[in-house]
Design a protein around this ligand. Sequence first.
Ligand code: OOG
Ligand code: NI
Length: 460
Amino acid sequence: MPTDEKVSASHIRRRFSAAMSDMYRREVPAYGVLMELVDDVNRETLEIDPDLRERLEATDTLARVSDERHGAIRLGKPDELAMMRRVFAVMGMAPVGYYDLSEAGVPVHATAFRPIDGDALRQNPFRVFTSLLRLDLIKDDELRRQASEILSERRIFTDRAVELIGQAERDGGLTDSDANAFVNEVLETFRWHRNAQVDVTMYHRFHDAHRLIADVVSFKGPHINHLTPRTLDIDKIQAHMPNRGITPKAFVEGPPPRRCPILLRQTSFKALEEEVLFRTPDGGFQRGSHTARFGEIEQRGIALTPKGRALYDELLAETRSRIRPAADGSNAKEYVSTLASVFERFPDDWSRLRSEGLGYFEYSLTPKGREHGGESLDDLESAISNGFVRFDPIVYEDFLPVSAAGIFQSNLGDGAQQDIEASPSQKRFETELGGPVLNEFEHYQKLEQRSIEAIQESSR
Ligand code: OOG
Ligand code: NI
């Protein structure tokens, strides 16, 4: 094999995802425990639910589940975001969706970098929720100036990483050995650094303005703050976590338990109180602590159409107007039962979700449809009722802003929510990113449409 042959972007992504998982397992032991629990529960779930197994096999997505995870980082300045876009591009990950978390009291906006086409997702669906701190939301002028000065001096990428990114862009990819070097260099950016770049007084001033500002500005880089495996039964995981010494947050974020899962359900736990070393005026260091990293678990369901999403948002808002989940978890039981009763209005079978246009589906020929040949399949509905065509839910590959805010809050501490003012600024985010984010609804729509066209073409 010639040595200048390039490996695929998906290959680099798979390697990076595995390397991150190894690093996180070493740094955060609870993550390893969670991975074992997830493996056990996924195996059991597939044993007792042959329909689910059949569906995952038919859509060729069974293999990816056990290897599936997402991570999250918080960046401090626009040039970090722009470079991160280039890093992820080398791994075949593009920015999808815009999340304005300021509406939920968290001073960041965000996107998710992830693979987008079906093949790449099947090979490895690794994604990273990437937020950018909104310094403009710091009200105190002096504090804002100090934060921006500290950030302006930091370099979160190694020189070699930047070189390899440029090389990959120029040459249209990386060779096997350069891909290895790239993964190792980029891993440095995500690693935890115990030495803070501020003193303890400054840390507390940032912390008092917003805990998230302290987490981003006080450290040398955007440490990966969680890595989330995908489970096929989140309620079982939530129930079993305490048996393995892990205490989850009080309730699962997102929709209630259902027969037909929609969107995304997530729960998290505090993983570590880190020992950190703050600077001292004499050039030395002083011990302190910081909670940066946590654990999370998620279950994914069908991607909803704008109509389905509007219904989801409406029912979630109605639930929250009746009962606001308390930060300390004290009313979690009532919240969960209110959520379940309000969501009774959301249809819970695949046929109705489809006929009411609430979710996106992938259509494919059944064995009977493949044999039948000749006849036109242009009338999709009769092809379905004749058993020639089947439909399967398209998995939601993205995130939910209200859930994300709940995850942020639960891990920043149980204190009262800190107030900041909201303002939507997708345009500015895209300028800083260096390109537009993909609209997730248009993308799911396209996937559905393509599956229909493929069937129709095959019958011509
Ligand atoms: C990101 C929180 C969002 C999710 O799964 O919704 C997130 C963060 O805490 O930095 O990861
Ligand atoms: Ni997450």
